[in-house]
Design a protein around this ligand. Structure first.
Ligand code: AMP
Ligand code: ZN
Length: 117
């Protein structure tokens, strides 16, 4: 169910520290940690502590929590001293989503191309 911990969800396990992660920030409602397979010199994931399958489901159910994720992405960028960065929400396997717990990718530390692949 939306918002409930999912036993088989990797990011729910990162929230509870069952799975270790390189956590850079944590708030009451969010966790930010470095991506294990970085696609840029700086690549941090920001997740809500509660489980939603993707960003739109999160925003529909808990708009304040979606705002928390966006704000934390900005805080990560500021801490990492990124003036420019890219925030990405892959949604659906066709768009490259592999972990079905809502997360923002925060990427920077290099130039970014547009359009993305
Ligand atoms: P997505 O493909 O948009 O669902 O993003 C999932 C991201 O999670 C990928 O960029 C993975 O590299 C990353 N990832 C997978 N397992 C871990 C982990 N244990 N710790 C940190 N990042 C992870
Ligand atoms: Zn989860």
């Amino acid at each position: 169910m939306a918002g409930e911990p999912q036993a088989d969800c990797l990011f729910c396990k990162i929230v509870t520290r069952e799975v270790p992660a390189d956590v850079v920030r944590e708030t009451e409602t969010t966790v930010a940690f470095r991506d294990i397979n970085p696609q840029a010199p700086i690549h941090v994931l920001v997740i809500p502590k509660v489980h939603y399958p993707h960003a739109a489901a999160l925003a529909a159910a808990e708009p304040q929590l979606a705002a928390d994720v966006l704000r934390e992405a900005g805080e990560v960028a500021a801490e990492e001293k990124m003036e420019s960065y890219r925030m990405v929400f892959n949604t659906g396997s066709g768009a490259g989503q592999t972990v079905f717990h809502a997360h923002a990718h925060v990427l920077g530390g290099r130039g970014m191309q547009w359009p993305p692949g």
